[in-house]
Ligand binder design. Structure first.
Ligand SMILES: N[C@@H](CCC(=O)N[C@@H](CS)C(=O)NCC(=O)O)C(=O)O
Length: 150
């Protein structure tokens, strides 16, 4: 199968770059989301931060703050792999339609994962479905890269 050069002026690369930027932006948005929750609950992880709020206290176990932190961590366990393996996947000469729809599925699922985990917590399997939709995209791209490398 093998690899081919990426067409940086082509539709596939711009679609990938667009979705990679969207999901990286989503990770960056976890910073204000965490800060919002910390100030709402007046809960901080360091004494010097707690002094920023009149009722601030130090706690590493607040359930609402920890929920946002787990959502952030889960992003970090998945989104960097999408960007990395996606780059190799572009070199496997994939079908334009399949690749574009996989990038879209990944982005939608990761935004939904954050929404149902850290914005409006919903019962399972909402988060599980969002997680596995995005996870499937990473698995398919990884297997495609392995097959191309053989
Ligand atoms: N590090 C994850 C690995 C498994 C995973 O990512 N599961 C998804 C679907 S249930 C999830 O949203 N886990 C919650 C989390 O990472 O906090 C965990 O501890 O749960």
């Amino acid at each position: 199968m093998g690899f081919s050069a990426i067409d940086y002026e082509g539709e596939l690369f711009s679609c990938f770059a667009f979705h990679a930027a969207l999901v990286i932006l989503k990770v960056l948005l976890m910073v204000p989301l965490t800060a919002r929750q910390r100030f709402a609950k007046a809960v901080f992880s360091n004494a010097e931060d707690a002094r920023l709020h009149p009722k601030g206290k130090v706690s590493l176990v607040d359930p609402d703050v920890e929920r946002v932190r787990r959502a952030h961590l889960n992003d970090l366990e998945n989104i960097p792999f999408f960007v990395l393996i996606g780059w190799f996947y572009l070199m496997t000469n994939p079908s334009l339609v399949i690749a574009k729809n996989m990038f879209r599925l990944f982005t939608v699922c990761r935004y939904l994962h954050t929404f149902v985990y850290a914005v409006v917590p919903l019962p399972q399997p909402a988060r599980g479905i969002a997680f596995f939709g995005a996870f499937l995209v990473i698995v398919v791209m990884t297997v495609s890269v392995l097959l191309a490398a053989f």
